[in-house]
Design a protein around this ligand. Sequence first.
Ligand code: ASP
Length: 303
Amino acid sequence: MRPLAIAHGGAAAPAGFRDGTERAARAAFDLLLAGGSALDAAVLGATLLEDDPRFNAGTGSNLRFDGRTIEMDASLMDSEGTFGAVIGLKRAKNPILVARDVTRTPHLMLSGEGAVLFARRMGHADYDPLTARAVEKHRRAIEKWKALREGAPATGEGDPHPGWLGCDPRLYWNFPEEFRAGDTIGVVARDSLGRFAVTNSTGGTALMLHGRVGDSPIFGAGLYAGPAGAVAATGEGEEIVRRLLCYEVYRRIEGGAPAEEACRAELERFPDRIAVGLIAADRNGAWGGSHREMPFSVVDAST
Ligand code: ASP
């Protein structure tokens, strides 16, 4: 089978960041051409995107509501049955590599403090992924949240979850400090043996409580891979989980729908106000798309 790689930089991220997704997809594709597995390629692509500070994954991850905390989720899955995820990981450079290390254990997922201690044990050094861009993004998210509560229209990038509009975060504040009023990546690869793999990595959405988990590390919600293809989702995690989005896309592909048709049909299940995006590969090709702007790149023998 002809190798192929597709990478996205998050629903509602500027399309101008496409040079980053292009670089990641191309590196993944080159590794596939050199005989690397779909999983190795998807992990490599995710690592490059985590290291690009423009994306909300690894370096550049979003801050939580308190404007101080960063908790990252990352996951991987392939058509051979491999699955690994880290949830709420703090202070690590490449969460996807920690997720990969989880696959060496009998577990599927590690979270919170256990994930951090595991990362250190596996040799992932203490690292602060905070960037000035993330601080600015958080400031804008707080401003937007205040404006939306006063009736301003939603705009796209950085919009807080609509659930926060009629809800006072002070009631649920679970950070150690007092209340203060603060885009994900994914890669899908298909190798020459016809194996599929998918990786996800994220700092979450805008304005999250401590401990909030979205779709990105959740099997079937934020990612799915099987013998017929692989799928990664981005956008409003809570809504993606409710719809078990990636598994539903995969089932359509498995039933014979091309990746594009399968993704479009599932995107239609989301109202326009919810940011959501998908990338997917099947045995014949790949497709990416979103309700919002979303940088993504496909690399195969024809590009
Ligand atoms: N889906 C991610 C989450 O909800 C965020 C994103 O894709 O931008 O955590």
